[in-house]
Design a protein around this ligand. Structure first.
Ligand code: PMP
Length: 362
């Protein structure tokens, strides 16, 4: 046998060549993590107890999600056939794009918003119809309605939105869904617990509505990768075709019932974040920093031209924050995750020092 002759590895399909690689900066995150909107403290201790009891035999089996989906359905007050567990909401978004977007179809988004919608829709070779938020990052209802066309097949609305923390009124959601019966309307309620309003009760009543929830934020289980999609049974049958049967792993499935049962822990963490969020808003106001009302576990604030230096200075003081300057309409803006009140005291000291160091003046 001679030397292989191929000069280069095969090319992927054109749509993949056009994609940008998305690398969230998750490496080397030492310090107080106020950069990714995770729970900044811990999951429920009951989840850790379950993990400690996992046996070798548990790991030898392929994961079986049906029984856990029934438990989740019960907790959410929907039917088991309307529930699909996913490897985080990210996998749910991917599955929706695969099932509903063909080349030449459009995904409609208010922007700025969560970046993975665009990543997965570009993999499906769909076009993005991006509608800029109204002044103050409010939901652009009229422009969204006007942007709907025959090939609009998927509409993604994060409520509360990221990176802004802004919310959408229920009647606006219904108007969008009614105007686009040919499209699936994803209501991404990743930050639901910090807000408290949902459209979950409209599943089955508004036929094209799909709701996503995650265990990565309030529940503190981002590392286990657990998301939930709720949709009418007719929609679910297509999603179950495209999703991998074992994408939610055995450890995540084992932990989920314990996480759902521990209402006390969840309620405590959410109440803590809400108090800390009010305190952070107050701190930002004291420092003369513009910021926007948020119903999520983060606040977006305007640092201005020194945004990069600010994020660096914060890091040098042991606090990670996220520069959102590259998002549409977000030049000079930085997002700060809200943790516990004690953690936000640490953040406050770091903000004060960092602002001094970048020579910021109100
Ligand atoms: N949706 C939104 C709006 C988010 O901000 C995030 C987290 N970055 C996700 C979904 C992804 O959540 P998960 O960890 O469940 O994939």
């Amino acid at each position: 046998m001679g030397e292989p002759v191929a000069a280069r590895a095969p090319e992927p399909r054109a749509g993949v060549r056009r994609m940008k690689e998305y690398h969230p900066p998750v490496a080397g995150r030492d310090g107080l993590r106020l950069d990714f909107n995770e729970n900044t403290l811990a999951c429920s201790p009951r989840v850790l107890e379950v993990l400690q009891k996992i046996t070798a035999a548990d790991l030898t089996r392929y994961p079986e999600r049906g029984t856990v989906e029934a438990i989740v359905a019960d907790a959410l007050g929907v039917a088991p056939v309307e529930v699909l567990l996913t490897n985080g909401v990210d996998e749910a978004i991917h599955a929706l794009c695969q099932a509903f977007l063909d080349r030449g179809d459009a995904m409609l988004l208010p922007v700025p918003t969560y970046s993975m919608y665009e990543v997965y829709s570009s993999a499906a070779e769909a076009q993005i119809d991006a509608v800029p938020a109204v002044r103050g990052f409010r939901f652009p209802l009229d422009a969204m309605l006007r942007a709907i066309h025959a090939r609009t097949r998927l509409i993604a609305i994060a409520n509360p939105n990221s990176p802004t923390g802004a919310t959408v009124a229920r009647d606006a959601i219904v108007k969008v869904a009614e105007r686009a019966p040919q499209a699936v309307v994803l209501l991404d309620e990743a930050y639901y617990h910090f807000f408290g309003e949902t459209v979950l009760d409209l599943i089955g009543k508004v036929p094209n509505l799909v709701v996503a929830r995650t265990f990565s934020k309030a529940y503190g289980m981002a590392g286990l990768r657990l998301g939930v999609l709720v949709a009418a049974e007719e929609t679910m049958q297509w999603l179950r075709r495209v999703i991998s049967p074992y994408s939610v792993n055995q450890l995540a499935l084992a932990c989920l019932p314990a996480a759902l049962q521990d209402h006390a822990y969840l309620d405590w963490y959410v109440a803590e974040v809400k108090s800390a969020r009010a305190e952070l808003a107050q701190t930002l106001t004291e420092f003369g920093l513009e910021h926007w009302p948020s119903e999520a576990n983060f606040i977006l604030t305007r640092i201005g031209s020194e945004h990069r230096a600010f994020v660096q200075a914060m890091r040098s003081h042991g606090v990670l924050t996220r520069d959102r300057s590259a998002d549409p309409g977000c030049d000079g803006l930085v997002r700060i995750t809200v943790g516990t009140r004690e953690q936000m005291q640490q953040a406050k000291a770091a903000i004060e020092r960092s602002l001094k160091e970048i020579g910021w003046r109100a």
